[in-house]
Design a protein around this ligand. Structure first.
Ligand code: NAD
Length: 474
């Protein structure tokens, strides 16, 4: 059975203990990973700290060049990394609408190259006979990155490339549920980067907590649940670390009565069910106008019954298993909670009788705000559909949430939809699509879905501090 080590200060580092990594399509472990101790955390932070002066003083163009090299390295290692992602997450190689492990690699490559090319300009505020004043950006120091299990490599790339690009050094701790693609990525990246610039420690939440409370870490970038995000905010307060928190979403879509039902239903289905619903910005609450409610529900049921669920290593699988047993149990509990509501399950509703953590793609209609399945982020293949009477009513229901990651409005009239979308209480609002992020546009949550943004110029700025220089003249 293959064993994966950590990388600290440019070296492969093993631990005395190890933990098993499970393939969720089988429910059995297929690899092991080093279980770091607190000493490893200290060593990794020290190595990142020691590497910081030289890395931060490199020419910007040199760091750009190295980020492009990482993009090329990912491309050269695509087959190995996609296979690893499918084994550790259950995500299909190809997947529904092409959303799968191959896309995760393509996204990781694209994000590396686009981020490499973004620069943060110096702003000259005053330049006259009295003074020269400029505002400019400096790296923060050591960045701790903590990632979730759903898009392990892509989210690692989002954190790492932005932080390194502008001159920080990094210690990353991937999720204990899917640590392998990150461990391998960091090992490969260390063939390109100077020793200590990028380190990985592997283990559970206690290790993450040690890292985010470490006195020699300057910033934490975290993607994961809102509950853990709150703990991280508290742990990071000791030395006032900078924070970017990308937390849970409970995204609403509002479907207006003028849509072409047959054309829109597959898009809504894809937005809700890709990666088996286990994406932060999946569509998780579907609000449909009463005039087309039955027609949309009917189409969704057909799609749920047709979609091919199976082992992600099979090329034609569209949806895989839930990534872990706890997530499966959460979906089972939410499905059972429908009994105590007025909702009706029109497709699915049950665990699939086979090895692994499979659950039927499930459509639940006649749900209401306040029902558990509407209030909580399901993070699985079960979609509540809620009826509304007019656009303002739809908007009110959509905004009635503690979360605010993404949201969308669907209509044949883009102008009306845009006006409504701008009033959605979320970080990103889409019109006639949902969840499509891009490396040059900011992405982040409002309300309890996060603090700060990633991507593009705005994301890079969050990996820096803003400084002012004033040179008196005359
Ligand atoms: P999680 O919060 O359980 O774990 C995420 C990471 O935090 C893991 O590496 C874990 O080991 C670590 N961790 C746990 N306790 C910690 C602590 N006290 N201190 C420091 N680190 C700790 O999340 P998950 O179950 O892995 O991921 C699913 C969640 O992530 C969902 O809520 C989803 O919406 C969210 N998510 C958000 C985004 C986004 O961009 N907003 C993207 C993907 C996933």
């Amino acid at each position: 059975m293959q064993h994966y080590k950590m990388t600290i200060d440019g070296q492969g580092v093993d631990a005395e203990d190890k933990f098993a990594v499970i393939n969720p399509a089988k429910g059995q472990h297929f690899a092991t990973c080093a279980l770091a101790t607190l000493t490893h955390v200290d060593l990794a932070v020290k190595s990142a700290r020691d590497a910081f002066p030289a890395w931060s003083q490199l020419q910007d163009s040199e760091r750009q060049h190295l980020m492009h090299e990482i993009g090329q390295m990912l491309e050269a290692n695509m087959p190995e990394l996609t296979q690893l992602i499918t084994q550790e997450t259950g995500k299909p190689l190809n997947g529904l609408n092409g959303v799968g492990a191959n896309m995760e690699l393509m996204g990781s490559i694209g994000w590396s190259h686009v981020t490499a090319d973004i620069t943060l300009p110096v702003e000259v505020i005053q330049d006259n006979e009295e003074a020269y004043v400029q505002a400019y950006r400096k790296p923060l120091g050591v960045v701790a990155s903590i990632t979730p299990w759903n898009w392990p490599l892509m989210i690692a790339i989002w954190h790492v490339i932005a932080a390194l690009r502008v001159g920080n050094t990094v210690v990353i701790k991937p999720s204990e549920n899917s640590p392998l693609s990150t461990a391998r990525f960091v090992e490969l990246a260390n063939q390109i980067l100077p020793a200590g610039v990028l380190n990985v420690v592997t283990g559970f939440g206690d290790l993450g907590q040690a890292l985010v409370s470490h006195d020699d870490v300057n910033k934490v970038v975290f993607t994961g649940s809102t509950e853990t995000g709150k703990k991280i905010m508290a742990s990071a307060s000791g030395n006032l670390k900078r924070l970017t928190l990308e937390l849970g979403g409970n995204d609403a879509a509002i479907v207006l009565p003028d849509v072409d039902v047959k054309a829109v239903a597959p898009q809504l289905f894809g937005a809700a069910f890709h990666n088996n619903g286990q994406t932060c910005a999946c569509l998780k609450r579907l609000y449909v106008h009463e005039d087309i409610y039955d027609a949309i529900c009917q189409e969704l049921v057909v799609l749920a019954n047709q979609v091919k669920v199976g082992d992600g290593l099979d090329n034609d699988t569209q949806l895989g298993p839930l990534q872990n047993e706890a997530q499966l149990q959460q979906v089972i509990a939410l499905s059972a909670s429908v009994e105590s509501s007025e909702g009706r399950i029109l497709a699915g509703g049950n665990r699939i009788d086979r090895e692994g953590y499979f659950f039927e793609p499930t459509i639940v209609v006649d749900m209401k705000n306040g029902d558990a399945l509407v209030e909580q982020e399901q993070f699985g293949p079960i979609l509540p559909v809620i009826k509304f009477t007019d656009a303002e009513h739809g908007l009110e229901l959509a905004n009635d949430s503690l979360n605010g990651l993404g949201g969308s409005v669907w209509s044949a009239n883009a102008e009306i939809a845009t006006e409504l979308a701008q009033r959605l209480e979320c970080g990103t609002a889409w019109v006639n699509s949902h969840g499509d992020v891009q490396p040059d546009a900011p992405f982040g949550g409002v309300k309890q879905s996060g603090v700060g943004v990633e991507f593009g110029r705005y994301g890079l700025e969050e990996c820096t501090s803003l400084h002012t220089l004033k040179v008196k003249k005359g």
